[in-house]
Design a protein around this ligand. Structure first.
Ligand code: HEC
Ligand code: HEC
Ligand code: HEC
Ligand code: HEC
Ligand code: HEC
Ligand code: HEC
Ligand code: HEC
Length: 553
């Protein structure tokens, strides 16, 4: 609990919250400017056939305006007792939510964009004061119904504060603009210029090829690592990935080396901690086909990025790809009566990611369904670089941050590994804010508050927008009575990430304790703006209103 306040300490409380942030207009889709670097249309006139077939693919339609292909509907969610409705009105798409009765709640949000081609399902995004969020309900194509977003099927409270993270947009949209620094998902305008993956995501956007002469990237003509990087950017996540100092994955351009932006690691020999996603890239690398063929084999050996085979040509299409290496002679003696090679060697298995859907097994196994999924290669070391050729690039910093991430996921042994690497990494890079913040967290976990404070302060001097460092340091300061400092840190962070309810709650509690009821209420109300069904905030609001106020949820 926080200590009593002295009269002097009360002075700082005069500073009030900034007035309610002016609500930012949501952007309506406008026609792209003609010099738009991410417009597939720019290629249509000269590459008409490719353009035509490509625009129907899952990649080309991986996102877009919510009005496209919408199926309206309703959902009665048992656990939260909320009734959701998705409907169209005046050319706009709305999601309304309503819970009747004592714990009543109702409201609506305008759904702006969809993410996901809809083969399997769609997530919808809405914007609130410039912050972009995922709707709590998704469209599930195969079941043809709306249902809760996967992690919240049994949630009793409605999650309305799920940020639409940059990595999500980077894989599903084109012309993505970086979010406002320090925020999870605030955009000062349209978050991306084009729905879906446009030609330029694979062929480059910084070259002027419109005259048919300028440089353009042809993936097939790149060195294997740069070629593979183009698909890997979006078809691989690894167990952990560490962005390189001052680099972001979304800055990657076709032709670049992926390792200049991000280093990937996979966890070996630990079945329980299997990667979340069955990633085609990792799976393929485990296949005998790929291991024996080397660089000759890649995604393009079987897939034409510009088109998907029609259902009736599917079997012949993939068979021809297998036979390009295995030969007609082999096929003539091998299950000749069953032409679908993939039925036995690349079956569709239940997907770990998208509920009730299936994923093609890219491990191309001799005996299908042989081994548990996913089976990782054992190379002796628990965390290894991927692809293996990048092993020499892996840094102490990489391992420190990778183990730290695994520690946060609760992997046994990871905290110790993280600590060992972190102390080395901080010595190597004494002004790396991300490392300093991580080291602060370790010190704090060991209750060495003074050391933790030094690391956090140093980190925040270099990068004042590190929200986790700011909020964690705030806890140390509040505990040791430096309430002014705690409030400053929390308030800065809460302005950038008002979707993180805990920060606003801490602020409300500290102001309540200081006797500033009205300020405390403002903070709780701000929490509820973004997270209106948050039970703890609702009860804190009631408790603050009591006489005398009770400063806890
Ligand atoms: C004004 C006509 C024109 C426009 C517009 C155009 N291209 Fe081309 N493109 C060509 C011509 C001509 C070639 C050369 C064909 C050849 O060499 O066979 C070519 C070749 C290519 C190649 C192969 C390059 C290589 O080295 O193998 C790619 C990839 C390509 N274009 C992509 C694009 C993309 C992506 C766009 C849109 C951003 C685009 N083109 C717009 C005319 C155009
Ligand atoms: C910018 C991100 C991005 C890049 C680059 C990318 N993909 Fe994709 N790809 C996606 C997304 C997202 C989907 C899923 C789209 C959906 O269903 O919403 C997808 C889907 C696919 C599919 C499945 C199509 C289907 O029938 O469902 C194939 C095959 C594929 N990609 C191959 C490739 C290949 C090959 C490359 C490299 C040449 C590549 N992709 C590069 C993002 C990307
Ligand atoms: C690393 C790139 C990547 C990231 C990050 C990513 N996706 Fe995807 N997503 C894909 C690919 C590739 C597929 C296709 C996989 C398949 O068909 O098995 C896909 C499929 C989907 C689908 C199913 C589409 C369909 O109908 O087939 C939905 C919905 C989806 N993603 C939503 C999201 C959301 C929401 C996020 C962010 C929280 C996200 N994705 C993050 C690459 C990505
Ligand atoms: C997901 C990645 C991806 C996207 C998106 C993509 N391409 Fe390609 N493109 C490739 C790859 C890979 C190759 C090389 C194919 C090969 O030769 O194996 C290629 C080759 C080409 C070529 C030269 C060879 C040929 O097939 O004629 C042209 C021209 C081209 N693409 C145009 C386009 C246009 C136009 C678009 C958008 C309408 C587009 N591409 C979208 C990956 C992509
Ligand atoms: C780029 C060349 C290439 C392609 C394309 C290819 N393979 Fe292979 N595959 C190989 C090589 C090389 C081997 C190892 C030598 C052998 O068994 O012939 C192999 C081995 C295999 C094996 C034995 C696996 C084991 O663990 O013993 C199976 C099964 C297989 N391939 C199936 C397929 C199927 C099915 C396809 C098409 C979907 C396919 N391959 C496409 C090159 C390829
Ligand atoms: C040996 C052939 C082969 C290679 C190489 C290959 N794929 Fe596939 N892929 C397939 C087959 C077969 C399917 C299933 C297609 C279907 O069911 O219509 C598939 C399906 C997919 C899908 C659709 C989602 C799913 O799980 O069904 C994606 C995405 C995909 N592949 C991406 C990739 C990427 C990225 C690479 C390179 C890392 C790659 N593939 C390499 C054969 C291959
Ligand atoms: C009905 C299921 C089935 C179909 C269809 C099938 N396979 Fe197989 N394949 C198997 C089984 C089971 C084995 C392992 C036992 C064996 O070697 O016969 C195998 C083995 C293989 C091997 C390793 C053979 C060796 O001698 O090392 C290759 C390569 C292969 N298959 C490729 C293919 C290709 C290419 C196709 C399509 C032309 C195909 N398979 C179609 C079931 C199938």
């Amino acid at each position: 609990m926080f200590p009593q306040l002295s009269a002097a300490a009360l002075l700082f409380l005069v500073a009030l919250l900034a007035p309610a942030i002016a609500s930012q207009r949501t952007v309506s889709p406008s026609h792209p400017p003609s010099n738009d670097p991410f417009d597939s249309q720019a290629c249509a006139s000269c590459h008409a056939d490719i353009y035509k077939s490509y625009t129907t693919t899952a990649m080309a339609t991986a996102s877009g305006p919510a009005t496209d292909g919408l199926t309206t509907g309703e959902l009665d969610h048992k656990d939260s007792k909320i009734h959701y409705r998705v409907y169209e009105q005046d050319g706009k798409v709305w999601m309304s939510y309503e819970r009747p009765g004592k714990d009543g709640l109702h409201g609506q949000r305008e759904l702006l964009y969809f993410i996901g081609s809809g083969k399997k399902g769609r997530t919808y995004l809405f914007s609130d004061q410039g912050f972009l969020f995922e709707a709590p309900i998704n469209w599930y194509s195969q079941e043809k119904r709306w249902n809760m977003t996967p992690a919240y099927t049994e949630a009793s409270e409605m999650p309305l504060n799920l940020p639409a993270y940059v990595d999500c947009l980077n894989c599903h949209t084109s012309g993505m603009r970086p979010p406002v620094p320090g925020t999870d998902s605030k955009f000062s305008g349209k978050p991306f210029s084009h729905g879906g993956i446009t030609c330029q995501r694979c062929h480059g956007s910084d070259t002027n090829h419109a005259d048919g002469k300028g440089a353009v990237v042809n993936p097939a003509k790149l060195s294997p690592d740069r070629r593979d990087a183009i698909c890997m950017e979006c078809h691989f996540e690894g167990t952990v990935a560490v962005e390189q100092p001052a680099k972001h994955l979304y800055q990657f351009q076709p032709g670049d080396r992926l390792s200049d932006y991000i280093h990937y690691f996979v966890l070996n020999g630990n079945r329980e901690q299997a990667p979340r996603a069955i990633s085609q890239y990792e799976a393929l690398s485990q296949s005998t086909c790929k291991r024996q063929s080397g660089d000759k084999m890649w995604c393009g050996s079987c897939h034409d990025a510009h088109r998907e085979p029609a259902p009736e040509e599917r079997v012949a299409y993939y068979r021809a790809k297998c036979l390009a290496c295995h030969g007609e002679a082999f096929a003539a003696k091998h299950h000749a009566d069953k032409p679908d090679c993939t039925h036995c060697h690349m079956p569709a298995l239940p997907s770990k990611d998208v509920a009730h859907t299936q994923t093609t097994d890219h491990r191309i196994q001799r005996y299908p369904n042989d081994a548990p999924l996913p089976q990782l290669q054992l190379r002796g070391k628990p965390l290894t670089s991927f692809p293996a050729v990048d092993e020499s690039l892996a840094t102490t910093r990489d391992f420190a941050l990778a183990w730290e991430t695994l520690a946060q996921r609760g992997l046994e042994g990871a905290p110790q590994a993280a600590e060992d690497y972190l102390s080395k990494a901080v010595k190597e890079r004494p002004d790396d804010a991300v490392l300093l913040a991580a080291e602060g967290f370790v010190e704090q976990a060991h209750k060495r508050d003074n050391d933790a404070r030094d690391f956090y302060e140093h980190a925040l001097k270099i990068d004042p927008l590190l929200n986790d460092a700011a909020t964690d340091l705030g806890i140390i300061e509040a505990r040791s009575g430096n309430l002014q400092r705690a409030v400053d840190l929390w308030r800065g962070a809460f302005q950038r990430v008002p979707n993180r309810s805990a920060v606003g709650m801490d602020l409300a509690i500290i102001f309540c304790i200081a006797g500033k009821k009205d300020v405390a209420q403002q903070f709780v109300n701000r929490v509820l703006e973004f997270n209106p069904d948050y039970g703890k905030a609702k009860s804190l609001l009631e408790h603050i209103a009591q006489d005398p106020p009770q400063c806890k949820p």
